[in-house]
Design a protein around this ligand. Structure first.
Ligand code: PLP
Length: 389
């Protein structure tokens, strides 16, 4: 089944009584625990009691069905946010004395959380986002390796396939946060990753109106972490799960349009004399183009484009303050084009030496290219760049 069919039909919901096939919002905290006629327990399809919505809820469960198929896993769990998925992963799978190896350019809050696990005796090791450097950081204590398929904000693409082979040989669990790339473009589980994480808040829900997260993996890992989700109390709310299911129905269409718009924007910026450098793996000039091409599908490279304006922070800030159609906002993945200056937002807490090593300079701007008509996005960029001419 193709992805665009999966996101529409993959939920497995059908109401025999009414003939409805749109997943409803089971806005309920509780269920009758037994089937009165037989006295049997009421269980969900994963074999757990359906009795209380902190544990299991049908709207959430139908969303999990779609995500499992979309990423090619065995099962999945949905959470109240991407960070709730990541917290549950760390708390559930790591114990005192373990190490987690992360890319230095992972999502800032992920790095902060991993580093604060030191109070439980877990050590976080940061490595440059390149398969070789991450492999080098793995030791006998490493339990998890956590990377993003494409880094934020400089859009480096890690050779997941190569990294996964090594992790398998070492018996280390490879976790890939696939938020930026999306399963429409790349499915890390097919290349040997063991767990995929999503901030559903971004492309998967896709409308900038809901916070949610997910984890897709093997039945064994999901069952183990199901119990941690229950204990931590961070399942998705039914209404939010409904919004994600609804947003997901256009995922493949949206990702294609985001990627096409991003490519046009990247080409425009690359030719612009006010721009010093464009970071986008879809451009043949990008040092990550070859690895991206080998991993990603259908010539799609995602909807985020980063670029460095000529000058420094002052110039970046001027452009940032000049946008009109594009919103100055630090998220990504929705219909509205959004701009952010990483040193002011996502990289604000990052030490200066690491920023320099990763190329997160003061003049860097990150753009989440939306679904608007691309000519209008370019007109807004062109006008904003006039502020530094
Ligand atoms: C946004 C984001 C997260 C965190 O997700 P929330 O839904 O905001 O908790 C994690 N990883 C990446 C790559 C993100 O972009």
């Amino acid at each position: 089944m193709g992805d665009q069919t999966t996101v529409i039909h993959g939920h497995e919901y059908f109401d025999e009584k009414y003939g409805s096939f749109i997943v409803p919002i089971y806005q309920t905290a509780i269920f009758e625990q037994i089937i009165r006629e037989t006295g049997e327990r009421r269980v969900s399809d994963r074999g757990v009691d359906l009795k209380y919505s902190r544990e299991e809820n049908p709207t959430v469960r139908h969303l999990e069905k779609v995500l499992t198929k979309l990423e090619g896993g065995e099962d999945s769990l949905c959470f109240s946010s991407g960070m709730a998925a990541i917290s549950t992963l760390f708390i559930g799978l790591l114990k005192k004395g373990d190490e987690v190896v992360l890319s230095k350019e992972a999502y800032g809050t992920t790095i902060q959380l991993a580093q604060e696990l030191s109070k439980f005796g877990v050590e976080a090791k940061l490595a440059y986002p390149r398969a070789e450097d991450i492999i080098e950081a793995i030791s006998s204590k490493t339990k998890l390796v956590f990377v993003e398929a494409m880094t934020n904000p400089t859009l480096k693409v890690i050779d997941i396939k190569h990294l996964a082979e090594h992790c398998r040989d070492e018996g280390v669990t490879l976790v890939v946060d696939n938020t930026f790339v999306t399963p429409v473009i790349y499915k890390p589980l097919n290349d040997g990753a063991k767990i995929v994480i999503h901030s559903l808040t971004k492309y998967l829900a896709g409308h900038n109106d809901v916070i949610a997260g997910a984890m897709i993996s093997s039945t064994e890992i999901i069952n183990e972490l199901w119990d941690w989700r229950r204990k931590l109390g961070c399942i998705t709310a039914p209404f939010d799960a409904y919004l994600v299911l609804r947003g997901l129905k256009t995922l493949a269409l949206r990702v294609k349009r985001h990627s096409e718009n991003a490519m046009v924007v990247a080409e425009f910026l690359e030719d612009d004399p006010r721009v010093k450098e464009v970071l986008y793996p879809g451009l043949p000039s990008s040092e990550y183009h070859e690895v991206a091409k080998s991993l990603f599908r259908d010539g799609l490279y995602g909807g985020v484009v980063s670029f460095k304006v000529k000058g420094g922070f002052k110039e970046a800030l001027r452009v940032f303050r000049s946008v009109k159609l594009i919103r100055p906002s630090p998220s990504l993945g929705g219909p509205e084009s959004l701009m952010t200056v990483p040193v002011l937002s996502i990289a604000a807490k990052m030490p200066k030496e690491i920023r320099e090593e990763l190329g997160i300079t003061d003049n860097l701007i990150r753009l989440s290219v939306g679904l608007e008509d691309v000519d209008d996005i370019i007109e807004d960029l062109d006008r904003s760049l006039q502020s530094i001419q």
